[in-house]
Structures are given as structure tokens and as C-alpha cells.
Design a protein around this ligand. Structure first.
Ligand SMILES: Cc1cc2nc3c(=O)[nH]c(=O)nc-3n(C[C@H](O)[C@H](O)[C@H](O)COP(=O)(O)OP(=O)(O)OC[C@H]3O[C@@H](n4cnc5c(N)ncnc54)[C@H](O)[C@@H]3O)c2cc1C
Length: 327
């Protein structure tokens, strides 16, 4: 490791990567964050749709159990960047509707990713930079393919495990990363010409192939359209439709919704879809974050610590702690 300020490259500006950047920076590291996308937050994606405002097609809400995340969300609530969502949430299975468990469900405002600005500023992220290769030079420092920046003392792969495995090729991390299972999710925005006649704002669904639906207008700061619903297909249906086109997927999602609700839907269409190829980790036993101190390469994400936004946040801190731990 160089004697001057140590330098880290973090690939992935999702929750894990940005929290890792923050903690490393607090430990005196010079950090560069890269992302292939144009926006901050990865799977906390916010989509804007003409004339309608923003809708959530990725993460729907956040829950907080750890002191670090509870404290951050409470600060962010004071700043207006998250708000509790007092939604009526149903659990639909076998034609029965039940009330889902009550817990605080936090919504980022105006978008799910708004609070991440205080974790790591957007202005310090190198967007539109797809890193397709990381190589270790003869001095043991890392060079990122496609960039001209000076070498790094360590590289952190903060992304879904399959994508991280491709970058960690031929390192001791690769095998463990390839073994982590993730399921896909087809997500869509459905617009109807009149409100659905349901007595809930969102629902976990276990029949008909969908997994989750939510009325966007019931969330703070989202489209006011009274009949704009986010639909998430479950893992089985998403796998079945994985390589299909939007035109093929949209009618399947609408018929799955009708089946779940057990009713004929008002006229509707789907103007927006997104296929999350790596949506959610499914391993019963998460691996924990991966860090190889000899090579200076690490990997983490929601998959390392049990899933969800909070898991990704914790993984970012754990990665940074692993990097700075005395050897
Ligand atoms: C449909 C859906 C619904 C969800 N609902 C919820 C929910 O309600 N509550 C909840 O807590 N969680 C939910 N989640 C999960 C939550 O979104 C994730 O757990 C969390 O956002 C993962 O963060 P991360 O930093 O680990 O990874 P990501 O958010 O995936 O970030 C990885 C980043 O790496 C970038 N990247 C990847 N490869 C490269 C490369 N080669 N070069 C440069 N950049 C690269 C990507 O562009 C991305 O920005 C949901 C996820 C999905 C998909």
C-alpha cells in the first residue's frame, strides 16, 4: 500500500458502495466511486414519466432495525428526505386478504434515493462509467479498465454477485461470488382509467404470479395519478418472462393482477417496465462481505448481509471496516 493517502475505487453507486465510500473517507481514504448508470442509488431507482411525476419501480420502502440505519433515517426525516409511509398494506393469498404486519416503512422523498445524497454527494460520483475489467499492476495496485485515473490501493465491487464475479475473475473472490443466488424481477407501472376498487394501498401477493403491488399516489412525493400502480412479478413469473419483450410481459402482468384481485380490471395499460435481472438475494445463509487483504479487493451488497436496503447499507460499513482493519 502506498505511503501517501491510500486510494480506493468503489464500483457501484448503490447503497452499499456509497456507505462504504463514506466510511472509508472518514478513515482518511481518498475514494472514487464509479457507476455505469446515470443516477445514484442502483436498485433504489426512481423513474420519471412525462406528465405524471416520479414512480418507484425498484425498492418500494425501507425498514430499519440497526442503530446506524435508524439514526440515519431519523436525521433524514428531519431534513425531509425520508418520510414514513402510513399505507394500508394487505397480504393476499388463496383469495384471502389479510393485514400485513405493521412496522415503520420509510419512503425516500422526492425519490427513494434522495437520502443517499447525504451519505455520499452525487457530485463525487463518476457516472456513465461501466467498468468491464480490473487488473492488478506489478506494484500490486489496481487499474480500472476504460479509465485513465491513477492506480488504486484497493478496489471494492459493490454490486450484485454475478456482476462482481465477472470483475473479480481469477481472484479468490470469484468462486464465492458465483455461488450467491439472486432472483430476477420484472417491474412495471400500470395506469388505469379509473381507480382500482380495493381497500388497500399496497399488497404482498402470493397468487397469480405477482409478488407486490403499490398505488404510487399514496406515497409522499410521487405521481398524484389516482390509478397508477407499481407491479412486481414474483420470482417464478419473472424467470419465465426473463428474456421476453416488454410487449409480451405487459399483458401477462395485467392478467396476473386480475387473478390476484379476483376481479375484472378497469381499462389500463403499461407505459413503463424494467427488468431487474438481479433483484433479490435468496440464500438462506448470507456469505458476509468478501475482502482479500493480500490483493486489496473486496465485494459486498445486499446479498452479503441478508438483503434489502438496510442489508446493503450495513454491508458498505462492514466492507470499509474490513479494509481499514489492522493486519
Ligand atoms: C424490484 C425490487 C424491489 C425491492 N423492494 C425493496 C423494498 O421494498 N425494501 C428494501 O429494503 N429493499 C428492496 N429491494 C432491494 C434493494 O433495492 C436492494 O437490497 C439494495 O438497493 C441493494 O443495494 P446495493 O448497493 O447492494 O446494490 P445495487 O443497488 O444493485 O447497486 C449496484 C450498482 O452497481 C452498478 N454497477 C454494476 N456493475 C457495474 C459495472 N461493471 N461498472 C459500473 N457500475 C456497475 C449498478 O449500476 C448499480 O448502481 C428491492 C429490489 C428490487 C429490484
Amino acid at each position: 500500500m502506498s505511503k501517501s493517502q491510500p486510494r480506493a475505487a468503489i464500483i457501484g453507486a448503490g447503497v452499499c458502495g456509497l456507505n462504504c465510500a463514506r466510511h472509508l473517507n472518514q478513515h482518511g481514504w481518498d475514494v472514487d466511486v464509479y457507476d455505469k448508470g446515470r443516477g445514484i442509488g442502483g436498485r433504489l431507482a426512481v423513474k420519471r414519466i412525462d406528465g405524471l411525476g416520479s414512480v418507484d419501480l425498484g425498492a418500494q420502502f425501507m425498514t430499519a432495525l440497526t442503530p446506524e440505519f435508524i439514526s440515519l433515517l431519523s436525521d433524514e426525516e428531519k431534513q425531509g428526505r425520508v418520510r414514513p409511509w402510513g399505507a394500508r398494506i394487505a397480504y393476499i393469498h388463496s383469495k384471502a386478504h389479510e393485514q400485513a404486519s405493521s412496522q415503520i416503512r420509510w419512503i425516500g422523498t422526492p425519490g427513494m434515493n434522495a437520502w443517499l445524497e447525504s451519505v455520499w454527494p452525487r457530485t463525487q460520483i463518476k457516472f456513465n462509467q461501466q467498468i468491464d475489467k480490473v487488473t492488478r499492476g506489478s506494484d500490486g495496485r489496481w487499474i480500472l479498465g476504460g479509465t485513465t485515473t491513477a492506480p488504486y490501493d484497493c478496489v471494492i465491487l459493490a454490486m450484485p454477485p454475478k456482476q462482481a464475479a465477472d470483475l473479480a475473475r481469477d481472484t479468490p473472490l470469484e468462486e464465492a461470488l458465483r455461488a450467491v443466488p439472486m432472483t430476477p424481477c420484472w417491474a412495471a407501472l400500470a395506469l388505469f382509467d379509473q381507480p382500482l376498487s380495493v381497500d388497500f394501498d399496497a399488497a404482498f401477493i402470493r397468487i397469480g404470479g405477482l409478488d407486490w403491488i403499490a398505488a404510487n399516489h399514496t406515497k409522499p412525493g410521487r405521481t398524484p395519478h389516482p390509478a397508477a400502480w407499481t407491479l412486481h412479478a414474483g420470482a417464478d413469473l419473472s424467470n419465465e418472462l426473463l428474456e421476453k419483450t416488454t410487449e409480451q410481459v405487459a399483458p401477462r402482468l395485467l392478467s396476473a393482477l386480475a387473478e390476484a384481485l379476483g376481479t375484472k380490471l378497469p381499462n389500463g395499460h403499461i407505459p413503463l417496465t424494467h427488468r431487474w435481472r438481479y433483484a433479490a438475494p435468496t440464500a438462506a445463509q448470507p456469505t458476509g462481505v468478501l475482502w482479500n487483504p493480500d490483493l486489496g479487493i473486496g465485494a459486498g451488497g445486499d446479498w452479503a448481509v441478508g438483503g434489502r436496503v438496510e442489508g446493503a447499507f450495513t454491508a458498505g460499513r462492514l466492507l470499509a471496516e474490513a479494509v481499514v482493519a489492522p493486519r
